[in-house]
Design a protein around this ligand. Sequence first.
Ligand code: UD1
Ligand code: UDP
Length: 371
Amino acid sequence: MKVMSVFGTRPEAIKMAPLVKKLNGDPDFESVLCVTAQHREMLDQVLSLFELTPDYDLNIMKPNQTLSMITANVLRGMEEVLVKERPDIVLVHGDTSTTFSSALAAFYQQIPVGHVEAGLRTYDMYSPFPEEMNRVLTSHLSAVHFAPTERNRQNLLREGVDISKIVITGNTVIDALLEVAGKPYAFTDDTLRKIDFENRRVITVTCHRRENLGEYMEHIFSAIRDIAEDFKDVEVIYPVHLNPKVREEANRILGGHERIHLIDPLQYQPFVNLMAKSYFIITDSGGMQEEAPSLGKPVLVVRKETERPEALEAGTVKLVGVDRDNIYNTAAELLSDKDAYAGMSEASNPYGDGRASERIVETLRNLSKNK
Ligand code: UD1
Ligand code: UDP
């Protein structure tokens, strides 16, 4: 079976890397890797960590790219690659514009699509934007759906997806996390090496969502700045996304504070180690909501909704919205109230056992036998 895996951004790369490595090492498959490079530097960081060399690189990233630019460039680039390779199946991941456009390109060539991380929903088409719609559309374009959890499967069933086309796998992010978290590591980054993790409480921050740009990001960053100001043993570490709009806002509101460290995006391995050494995390990331329960690190999610309610139920993740006072008060409570902190810092694992890629590969093997 010829399997073409396609991804383009940092989170897709992290979550597809364990699967692509398994396919590469399995004689039953001819594995072809195509990256769109919707992200450039942040994608290359992951490719180098997992030692993956793409067979095709569409290299589409432009500064301040619009959604239409990404969609059109991926669609055009993928057509050429698909016509040349004619894989038996195309694997896409999650909810980015690379995901949706690659699935659409495969559909135009009448090549079946396998959707990894299928069935997550907020049921608000504008939040996360455009990811919720990317996921819904990708589901409709897919022939096989790899759902991380039972809840994700139920979401797909409600939309009329054939039960025999859905496989519950767990989330491949746990495969990646376990691979990386298990290895000994010492920070090489200058800022991180100087942080006294024993005597300081580190809050790790990431924030990049399109729907948070502007007013909401201002609220989020003001709350974080005030927390750093009011709690003198806190160090904030924020590896800032390379989106120029995010960097401008972060520098404007959070820059110049001696205990707020704005650094470049970290390689996955140092980042996982940073999360593991943090007191808690403030983020609007999707993937980090899945990683944090495994690490037993409280996460305040600065979004209005989440497509990952399992993490809320696990207790490690709290949805705090985008209101400055609510974010400040919840973070202040975690820093002041030991019981509140203890209640959120139990490790649990709603997203799987680190064997999601294995289940996906076995499903593909069975599909190939029954072809
Ligand atoms: C994209 C995904 C989002 C995902 C996020 C992960 C879409 C619509 N959005 O959003 O779902 O959560 O990636 O980070 O698919 N840039 C660089 N170098 C990089 C990466 C980005 O310079 O390595 C800059 C570029 O100027 C680019 C901008 O960031 O134009 C925005 O990148 P883009 O992929 O359009 O949006 P993200 O917010 O990263
Ligand atoms: N991450 C990383 N380096 C960083 C920040 C995040 O490797 O500096 C990892 C993080 O552990 C998670 C993924 O990147 O696995 C999340 O990516 P991102 O926030 O870009 O996207 P999202 O999860 O919101 O889709």
